[in-house]
Ligand binder design. Sequence first.
Ligand code: SAH
Length: 215
Amino acid sequence: MNENAAQKIRLIMELRRQGINDTDVLSAIERVPREEFIPKTFRDRAYENIALPIANGQTISQPFVVAYMTQMLTPDPRRKVLEVGTGSGYQAAVLSHLCRRVYSLERFRSLQIEAVRLFEKLKIGNITTKLGDGYKGWKEQAPFERIIVTAAAEEIPGTLVDQLNDGGIMILPVGPEPSDQSIVRVMKDDMGNVQEDELMPVRFVPLVQGLAVET
Ligand code: SAH
């Protein structure tokens, strides 16, 4: 067994200890080669339970945070999901094994292009990406049964709540600054009433308005 495979098993065991008990989520994490989504210099650390830097000053989240947010999202093979913040594409790849289709928005064109290249390489066919501002959501594909946001807004973006189906769930980090952020679950009931629960403190890169200007 190679070093990565052994580390991956250790990571899955650690995630179980940390309370990830959804076996579908654990097996999705097991199936996605995280080393493909991070810069070469960090590849030997791909299965440590830590966040790592990716291009454009962004980060690929800690595996525990990916697993936790995915578990709280309660994905379902019949449902489509909107992700805001494609980044490396890792979270979208995990979700691709758990739901019907993933729609993922990214504001950096270079990150979006690189993620698409990886999805093709890994033969993942049910992710659609778009260069776009997540604050505006994805009008043409709305409403969504599930929404996951992987960058922190100061407040819950109202447009995303509007694009959530009745009975839908959105998981997102919210907070004014990195030292004061939590993962929040927004649930919309069948009457369209919205309930918010704070789940866990966390640190994310900020959700930034508008498309990124790249030179
Ligand atoms: N899900 C990613 C996490 C990347 S970090 C992964 O698994 O690697 C968060 C990402 O959100 C960054 O790539 C950042 O550029 C993007 N982002 C920030 N604000 C955004 C916005 N308003 N619209 C779309 N993407 C945004």
